[in-house]
Design a protein around this ligand. Sequence first.
Ligand code: HEC
Ligand code: HEC
Ligand code: HEC
Ligand code: HEC
Length: 481
Amino acid sequence: MNPLNLKPLNLIKAFSFCMLFWALSFFLTSQGLLSQERKPLPAKTASIQPSDSEVKHPPIATSSSCSGRGCHGGSEPVLGQIVQQNEFSTWITHDKHGKAYESLLSDRAKTMAKNLGIPLAHKDLRCLACHTTPQIAQEQSKLDYPLDLGVGCESCHGSASSKWLGIHTTEAWKNTQSAAKKALYDNEGMNYLGNAMVQAQVCMGCHVGAPANPQAGIPARDANHDIMAAGHPRLTFEALSYQNNMPPHWNPKKYESNTNRDLEIWVTGQLASLSSSIELSSHRAELALNNQGVWPEFAESSCLSCHADFQQPTWRGKKNYYEGRKPGSLPYDSWTGVLLSEALLISGQDKQITSLYSDFVKAKNTFKTSPKQAKAAANTLAIQLANIQKEIVTKGINPPKEWRALLLDQLSKHNLETATWNESTQIALALSMLSSKKPEQAILQNLWENLAYPSGYESPKGYSPNPKSLEGVLQKLKSSK
Ligand code: HEC
Ligand code: HEC
Ligand code: HEC
Ligand code: HEC
């Protein structure tokens, strides 16, 4: 993997020494240069059986049951096998998912718990829903020991039934073709992550949030404004840059012959994140209708409109910023929807969704919309988005031949003079996806400097659009092949 790909996410998050260290350690890791020592697991992470009638989800094996040396707990990747067999070691040593439960014991989490008025973050179902394997968050909140440390294997791969544990180690399994394999995964309730769309949907459950899924035993995952105000980092997930920041425990060579893999991850990520945010929005409206939530839910609107510095003159005063909206109204500035047109273009999907999305945004752009109206608008859109995703799961992404030029054209249509941070950053990440080569990455440098969080901040303090830089990169990429 090209360590340059690390840049976007980290530059935004911490334009500092910290980032260099991260990148370096990641580089070393990906080269296998750091030791892969394994931490012993507490004895109590044994397999959980659905012993009491309360347990409704499929049985969870927990990560420790994948950790055998001959299974996924080897210290070095095994060559010539379909899987590398050191996945557990990579996860527990280098992957932040393996530390997600520990984060609930950190000082920051303690402060958050205090602000929220809850006794312990690591016992709170809201936090556990995303910081451990979600299928067991409910039980974990009641027990005094951790069932699974952090976001375990089954959070992403699905609940491993005993049947799955048996079949996936057989000789016959190795020789099964991937299309047939997907059916076997589906039958056993496992997620076939080789399918980019399936993979994207899995990530969004925690990185955007999701309503409860009782069938899978997963509680609601909702980092709302209460949690943000208590001190949680803002969630701005973009599938490709995040995947590039995950220490790979899969064999990246698998995709050497698929030159469109990055595009697939990017575009399915755009669609899945929008879809998840809309479903979450419907869930929040439902909570408000039942008097269980606040309305409007601030986390659905533009953070940086309410939390802006009062600067004069302000770039928000420029022509078209308030297009279709009264100054002072509550702006919906979704991180997940700004590149919808681009995503539809690449995936060749119905443009009608764009108008449903504008209806939804209009409904969100005011304090006046009732939860009932907002829920209806969200549900109409969610159904269409779900259909699109279903189709992509089976048919994959078949971008038009000239997709690169089309995508650059579509990106050029944004009003760069008044682009919010969300818009500029999503555009910059898309441009980064289009710039796999080193010299191209170098011309993105100015963009990151404008978008990065200044040291000591977890927001882009003093952000204002930088149309010249964006325009410059767009032009350069258009003229390069
Ligand atoms: C919707 C899922 C979700 C919920 C709910 C949630 N978190 Fe998180 N949390 C995340 C994700 C995802 C990150 C990583 C964000 C990133 O880097 O993009 C994170 C990051 C954090 C971090 C920073 C970790 C670090 O050191 O970098 C802390 C601390 C934290 N969460 C605590 C909590 C607490 C406490 C709660 C409950 C009050 C909670 N979280 C609820 C998903 C969630
Ligand atoms: C945060 C999500 C996540 C977690 C947690 C996770 N994985 Fe994965 N895993 C992935 C992704 C994404 C891939 C790549 C899938 C692909 O492209 O085919 C993958 C691939 C794999 C593969 C290779 C599969 C193949 O067909 O090439 C194995 C084996 C694997 N993971 C095992 C594990 C084990 C064991 C754990 C727990 C120690 C684990 N994973 C935890 C996301 C995750
Ligand atoms: C069950 C919830 C869950 C799922 C599913 C999940 N994540 Fe995460 N992810 C988290 C949490 C929580 C954190 C923060 C961990 C911490 O630092 O405490 C995190 C952190 C990360 C980070 C580190 C970000 C940073 O700040 O450095 C990356 C990268 C990441 N996730 C990528 C992915 C990808 C890609 C997928 C899908 C293949 C995925 N995640 C699926 C919960 C999840
Ligand atoms: C409609 C306006 C509004 C929106 C939109 C909004 N907030 Fe807030 N936020 C507030 C108010 C009001 C407070 C309480 C401020 C106070 O008491 O001083 C607050 C407090 C906070 C705090 C704690 C105080 C601080 O400045 O550290 C954080 C952090 C925060 N919000 C983050 C966010 C994030 C992240 C988003 C977007 C996901 C967001 N807010 C969206 C109005 C908003």
